[in-house]
Design a protein around this ligand. Structure first.
Ligand code: SF4
Ligand code: FES
Length: 249
């Protein structure tokens, strides 16, 4: 396949940045999107040029590192992570435009790499359990109904990639935060911090500069793990229930 790539190049956070065009003449349809970048970077390095910087780790759809905006969509045309996207999803001769996530809370570090430590700080604000859960329990020892366990697991599949923020016109992080709150709120181990968790994580989310939710649903539609909007409703319920019971009403 022949591909024209328009890639955002930015030396550092202070640089204005801009698009640079590259031609690739021998792209295999079976390459992943990141492998296509590997080939281009080999070429750039052999010419003594600066390779395109992008984040990646697992390349298996698990770590959430491979964040980039491809042809106007977070992670590209399929509802999957960029590392799991293959070049057969594009056609011969196509022009592909690649940009970093665009959000105030995700400043560009270099090229396609953004700083997502704002997500880490939200988790540090309340996305944990302090109870000693001991060793691995015997099967069926904790009486958690299957439906609840499945729902908690579905929420826990959020990989923290930030596509929800990139997809949202308000750069809201509500889908991510609500998934992290939900996975703990539904299980007994998560009850200890339940009264403070939502309030603290939402306060940190606001402090980081993420926008508000206006219920457009773009986050869930673009999420590679299909995290449901119901999580946002659950987060709001957790927040208002805790508020109503606290002295800070
Ligand atoms: S909710 Fe989905 S899009 Fe958002 S960080 Fe989690 S996995 Fe990524
Ligand atoms: S590199 Fe880990 S999810 Fe893509």
């Amino acid at each position: 396949m022949k591909i024209t790539l328009k890639v955002w190049r930015q030396k550092n956070a202070a640089d204005k940045g801009g698009f640079q065009t590259y031609q690739l003449d021998n792209v295999s349809p079976d390459m992943s999107f990141l492998e296509m970048f590997d080939v281009l970077n080999e070429e750039l390095l052999s010419k003594g040029e600066d390779p395109i910087h992008f984040d990646h780790d697992c390349r298996e759809g698990i770590c959430g590192m491979c964040s980039m905006y491809i042809n106007g969509k977070p992670h590209g045309p399929k509802q999957t992570t960029t590392c799991q996207l293959h070049m057969r999803s594009f056609h011969d001769g196509q022009t592909i435009t690649v940009e970093p996530w665009r959000a105030k809370a995700f400043p560009v570090v270099k090229d396609l790499v953004v700083d997502r430590t704002s997500f880490d700080r939200i988790i540090q604000a309340g996305g944990y359990v302090s109870v000693n859960t001991g060793g691995v329990p015997d099967a069926n020892e904790i009486p958690i109904p299957k439906k609840v366990a499945d729902e908690a697991f579905d929420s826990a599949t959020c990989i923290g990639c930030g596509a929800c923020v990139a997809a949202c016109k308000n750069a809201s992080a509500m889908l991510f935060v609500s998934a992290k709150i939900s996975q703990l709120a539904m299980l007994p181990q998560g009850k200890v911090e339940r009264k403070t968790r939502a309030e603290q994580m939402i306060a940190q989310m606001d402090e980081e500069g993420f926008g508000a939710c206006t219920n457009t649903g773009a986050c869930s539609a673009e999420c590679p793990k299909e995290i449901k909007l119901e999580n946002i409703a659950r987060m709001n319920r957790e927040f208002y229930t805790a508020k109503a019971k606290s002295e800070n009403v």
